[in-house]
Write a protein that binds this ligand. Structure first.
Ligand SMILES: [Zn+2]
Length: 195
């Protein structure tokens, strides 16, 4: 599966020394067979999770597109060894799972995080190391969806702590700072307001 001369050095330089076999994405693809790319997975997570989280993925064997960063998904070439992480829309630069397989690009770690609109608060980053040599792939998949859920629930807590409407709770009339949402508030119905 090695497609470039630097592969051996690259593998030796891996911090994942306990991995003495070459990983590939077979397990990952099986667990996420509803998707055909990391970008596809990201868009689905973004769309179907209330807080609209961002997905980041670190891969090995990947490489900045040589000259044209915006050249698109098929522009990856073995120009630089080592891990690289893309987030959100940039995940399309990894191409499809088929492209990744062809080019020996291996998924190492996934990250889920979310920025809460209206406040500068970001959730924690929930990371899942995709090490199917150590952990069953099914369990890793569950860890991933748990990370999405935990991120969403943290984003929801941040929202509830900061998006109270003027009638939420009995704050002084001149209160102009953020305040929590009152679940029983008749004015906003416990939904708070966009800020
Ligand atoms: Zn309210």
């Amino acid at each position: 599966m090695s497609g470039f001369d630097g592969y051996d050095q690259w593998k030796t330089a891996s911090p994942y020394d306990d991995v003495d076999e070459i990983r590939d994405n077979t397990d990952f693809e099986e667990q996420f067979s509803d998707y055909n790319s990391l970008s596809d997975l990201y868009h689905s997570v973004y769309k179907y999770t209330a807080c609209g989280p961002t997905l980041g993925v670190t891969c090995w064997g990947v490489i900045e597109p040589a000259n044209d960063v915006d050249a698109g998904p098929n522009s990856i070439c073995y120009d630089q060894e080592g891990p690289i992480t893309y987030y959100g829309d940039d995940l399309r630069k990894f191409g499809s799972f088929a492209d990744m397989r062809e080019q020996g690009i291996t998924i190492i770690e996934l990250y889920v995080s979310s920025i809460v609109e209206g406040v500068d608060n970001c959730t924690d980053t929930y990371a899942v190391e995709w090490d199917s040599m150590q952990t069953e792939p099914e369990e890793l998949r569950e860890q991933f969806w748990q990370a999405v859920e935990d991120c969403d629930s943290e984003a929801n807590s941040i929202w509830n702590e900061t998006h109270g409407c003027p009638d939420c709770f009995d704050y002084p009339d001149d209160w102009d700072d953020l305040k929590p949402v009152d679940e029983d508030c008749p004015a906003c119905g416990g939904h708070g307001v966009c800020i």
